[in-house]
Ligand binder design. Structure first.
Ligand code: PLP
Length: 423
């Protein structure tokens, strides 16, 4: 890292061409997140909101994964953050990819990822997307119903199908089981349908829910998966893939679930239900999204306007900033997050001297009143127009679902690489 403000470098040639709507990749710097924040703010006229993405943090998360879950190969869930540099880095490190659509398949394949390192992990696929997967040789894909098997047998007869079963996601922030996952009781019938249609079933997957709060959900689901392996064996099918899905916590996220604990409990469950000696033929994969990227992206927003409210003997402030709920903060609505800021002043200094604190609320830039990032009650020192706030932990389910409602642009991304992971 550099001190006194990072030097900013142009992106290396092979890393250009990134496309994230109109969110421009501006620079590449080997320093830390706070170096990049200072350097960016030192630029005259800096006003637009921007992300600082630390590829080194993605690298550290990957290193931690291989240390704590050595039996499980991660397939990054692209939907969580389809950032080209994140994909490039994870591909270089040896990860596979979980794609949800033709668009994601195209993106990952265009990054040079081989079809064999992709799982099309959507149980309900449009026909044209399925045809595209077939044409590209992407074979691994999930299903959870008989109609999907009919479609696969017709449009992608060479597919290697993975039966997604329902897991207990009752504690998760996002309960995916409301929409997907076969009841374990229907697994045998689905396997028989697959045999009748000539669809090759190779394994079982589940998802404990995104933002899962219970490590027991993982071990319980592994046990359920083992039951399906046994049912398949009784039908003469030897399954060879266990996909333990996503739902792993990001570093410092608010679910209270610790990745170390999840890894320990999950590893023990895999070793118990799929002991290495008897199940050496079984490949174990996972589909983590949030885990890799949540802590790697910080979002800096600028106070573009404010309103001072005088009550009886009280003073409070409403601050209007230039990214909001219709933009990167859509995670408040879709991902049930409650982001909280730290202060960053225009002088380029992080943090702020203690002073009188005022009740404050933070609002996004659009004309809609639902566009509220932090409701009143937050205690902040008095901010001025032009001051900066930083929201850490903004890498998961943020920019990927942002809109340009009211004509506002998507926030730019500045990259740093604190581990020189991509250099
Ligand atoms: N796999 C599938 C099929 C998903 O739908 C999702 C998220 O919606 C993920 C993986 C990633 O989940 P997470 O980000 O919680 O790890």
């Amino acid at each position: 890292a550099t001190s006194g403000g990072a030097r900013l470098f142009e992106l290396p040639a092979d890393l250009r061409g990134h496309d994230m709507g109109d969110a421009a990749v501006t620079r590449y710097s080997p320093g830390s997140v706070d170096d990049a924040l200072r350097a960016k703010l030192a630029q005259s006229g800096a006003e637009d909101a921007f992300f600082v993405a630390d590829l080194g943090e993605v690298y550290r998360q990957y290193a931690q994964w291989t240390k704590l879950l050595p039996r499980v190969q991660p397939f990054f869930a692209v939907k969580c953050n389809p950032d080209a540099l994140v994909i490039k880095l994870l591909a270089r490190l040896g990860a596979g990819f979980d794609c949800a659509s033709k668009g994601e398949l195209m993106q990952v394949l265009s990054e040079g990822v081989s079809a064999g390192n992709i799982i099309y992990a959507h149980p309900c696929k449009p026909a044209s997307h399925l045809r595209y997967a077939a044409a590209q040789g992407v074979k691994l894909m999930t299903f959870d119903n008989a109609d999907e098997l009919e479609k696969i047998s017709e449009l992608h007869p060479g597919a290697k199908a993975v039966l997604r079963i329902l897991a207990d996601d009752s504690s998760a922030l996002c309960r995916l089981g409301l929409k997907f996952g076969a009841e374990p009781g229907s697994a045998a019938a689905l396997l028989r349908t697959a045999i009748r249609l000539g669809v090759q079933v190779v394994g079982v997957s589940f998802h404990v829910g995104s933002g899962c709060k219970s490590e027991a959900a993982f071990s319980d689901a592994v046990e359920r998966a083992r039951c399906v392996f046994d049912q398949a064996a009784a039908l003469g099918l030897q399954l060879s893939l266990l996909d333990v899905g996503g739902g792993f916590p990001g570093r410092n996220d608010t679910t209270g679930l610790d990745f170390n604990v999840v890894a320990r409990v999950l590893s023990a469950a895999i070793d118990r239900h799929f002991p290495q000696d008897a199940y050496a033929h079984v490949r174990v994969i996972a589909e983590p999204g949030r885990y890799f990227v949540a802590s790697a992206f910080s979002l800096a927003v600028n106070v573009v306007a404010r309103r001072r409210i005088e009550g009886e003997g009280t003073e409070s402030y409403m601050y209007y900033v230039n990214d909001g709920v219709y933009g990167s903060f859509n995670c408040i609505v879709f991902d049930h997050q409650s982001p909280r800021p730290r202060l960053l002043h225009t002088r380029g200094e992080l943090g702020v001297a203690a002073g009188t604190l005022f009740k404050s609320s933070i609002w996004g830039p659009t004309c809609d009143s639902i566009d509220c990032i932090v409701p009143s009650g937050l205690l902040l020192p008095e901010l001025r127009i032009g001051d900066w706030l930083v929201f850490d932990g903004m890498g998961a389910y943020t920019l990927c679902a942002a809109s340009r409602f009211n004509g506002f642009k998507l926030s730019d991304i500045v990259y740093v690489d604190s581990e020189r992971a991509l250099l």
